[in-house]
Design a protein around this ligand. Structure first.
Ligand code: ASP
Length: 318
């Protein structure tokens, strides 16, 4: 059977343009359609080893990503993944919240059998040397790889996993990293090289049952509060008074919290607010103490822990 790769466009710098010839900054994201992005990369047709189908799901600067757009993206992913002739998906996305979308999709998509590859760019399409076309080609190359499975991120010739991937630089072309675990692989000269000589098998999505109902469920309000020198309980108390459903505390080091913030979080938990602790440290995984007052989301950044807590609360209420 002829297979196709579906490219879902959501906007971002990869689809950005600037009125200033060749500018790398000061552009407007999300201007070009996904069809225009594909048309600008002639080698894509051969790399896809079948047909390429384009669909514009959204057109946003990903700093403005919303839960409603996420719900729409999940629905379109589900619809395409269910088609027998679709071999995999590529999603063009802004870099700012790419790691959050990747983590959401890894939690809800039943993608164990097919790859869902997110890609992006740090320079707009009108730059002197835009990085988007190569990233798109590399993403399609990964999406057709026979071993590729689950949610992956491809940028600057590197393949990252959804749990580890993090944007670490505001300007550099190679703006993403995978912490001390390292990347899953690389795309070199049109070839995929997996870091462990073979593609990793993605774990089952813990919230796949939620995916078809995401549109019907209210997204609980979950906020992130950072622990830092001089922290106090003001924000936490205000959030509780405002009716927040959950709070993720971005903890210092191995899950430590400023004592004033900790006292406020205990009050919040006592008032029925779900509290989770994630480390501010960009690398490594904290080790939760045996007798823990909080649920520690080990190995998740605060922004990803927020997504996990929202999904957990949605699953409880569903
Ligand atoms: N603000 C842009 C976005 O996230 C940045 C980028 O794509 O590089 O959509």
């Amino acid at each position: 059977m002829a297979t196709s790769i579906v490219v879902l466009g959501t906007g971002g710098t990869i689809a950005g343009t600037s009125g200033q010839a060749g500018a790398n900054v000061g552009y407007t994201a999300a201007q070009l359609s996904v069809e225009q992005l594909l048309a600008a990369v002639p080698p894509l047709a051969a790399a896809a080893r079948g047909s390429l189908v384009a669909e514009q799901v959204a057109q946003v600067d990903s700093k403005d990503m919303t839960h409603a757009l996420w719900q729409r993206l999940v629905a379109r992913c589900l619809a395409h993944l269910a088609k027998e002739d679709v071999a995999g998906l590529v999603i063009t996305h802004g870099t700012d919240t790419l790691e959050e979308t990747a983590w959401l999709l890894a939690n809800v998509l039943p993608a164990a059998g097919k790859p869902v590859v997110l890609t992006c760019a740090m320079r707009p399409a009108t730059a002197l040397a835009p990085d988007g076309p190569q990233n798109l080609l590399d993403a399609v190359t990964v999406a057709v790889h026979p071993e590729a499975r689950g949610v992956l991120v491809v940028a600057a010739g590197t393949i990252h996993g959804p749990r580890e991937v993090v944007k670490v630089h505001p300007l550099r072309l190679d703006a993403f990293a995978s912490g001390d675990g390292g990347p899953l692989g690389w795309v070199e000269g049109g070839q995929v090289r997996w870091a462990q000589a073979r593609a990793p098998q993605p774990p089952l999505a813990p919230h796949a049952a939620l995916a078809p109902r995401l549109g019907a469920l209210p997204w609980p309000r979950v906020a992130i509060v950072l622990s830092h020198a001089g922290a106090d309980g003001l924000l936490v108390d205000a959030l509780v008074a405002g009716g927040v459903a959950g709070i993720v505390a971005g903890a210092t080091g191995n899950g430590t919290l400023h004592e004033s913030l900790e006292a406020a979080l205990a009050r919040a938990q006592g008032a029925g607010v779900a509290v989770r602790v994630a480390s501010r440290c960009p690398e490594g995984r904290m080790l939760a103490p045996a007798q823990a007052q909080w649920v520690y989301l080990e190995g998740l950044s605060p922004v990803k822990a927020r997504i996990s807590l929202m999904l957990e609360l949605m699953a409880q209420g569903a």
